[in-house]
Write a protein of this length. Structure first.
Length: 157
């Protein structure tokens, strides 16, 4: 299926049109984006999430519809629209990062950790826990969760 202008955003439409018409004025910008995306797809150390995102944009530049891209890359149409929109908004660099606020929320509030450990007399004079396992058991969290919280509350020296 050929590229439908309403199915993807204006920048991808413009880039795809420039590729198909090979206008010399637009060619350097399109070529630079395409070359970078192709580099990311071929590089063995590129994270797979970036490879998938790059393939989505490259397919859109080639003129494929959102549904074709989604089925070809085994992702949802929503994912295709999301990464095309982010590419249009911020260019190739947007494909490298997830939106902030993703992931599981913290089990314990970092601000409360040191205060609660001080109250229980489980902190050395330098502010570090006497025993990370004992402190985690007292707080009712895993040692890993406690380390993450302590790392977030650590102040630069």
């Amino acid at each position: 299926m050929k590229f439908a202008p309403k199915s993807v955003g204006p920048l991808v439409t413009k880039l795809a049109a420039a590729l198909q018409e090979t206008r010399l004025a637009d060619l350097p910008a399109v070529t630079a984006h395409r070359a970078l995306l192709q580099h990311w797809v071929r590089a063995p150390t590129t994270p797979q999430r970036v490879v998938t995102r790059s393939r989505i944009v490259l397919s859109a530049l080639d003129g494929l519809s959102i549904d074709d891209i989604a089925s070809q890359l085994d992702v949802s149409a929503h994912t295709v629209r999301l990464w095309i929109a982010r590419f249009e908004e911020s260019g190739s660099e947007a494909l490298l990062h997830d939106a902030p606020g993703r992931g599981r929320p913290a089990v314990i509030a970092p601000d409360e950790v040191r205060d609660r450990l001080r109250e229980a007399n489980l902190v050395r004079p330098d502010g570090e826990p006497v025993s990370i396992r004992r402190a985690a058991r007292f707080l009712g969290v895993s040692t890993s969760a406690l380390w993450r919280a302590l790392r977030r509350t650590r102040r630069p020296a």
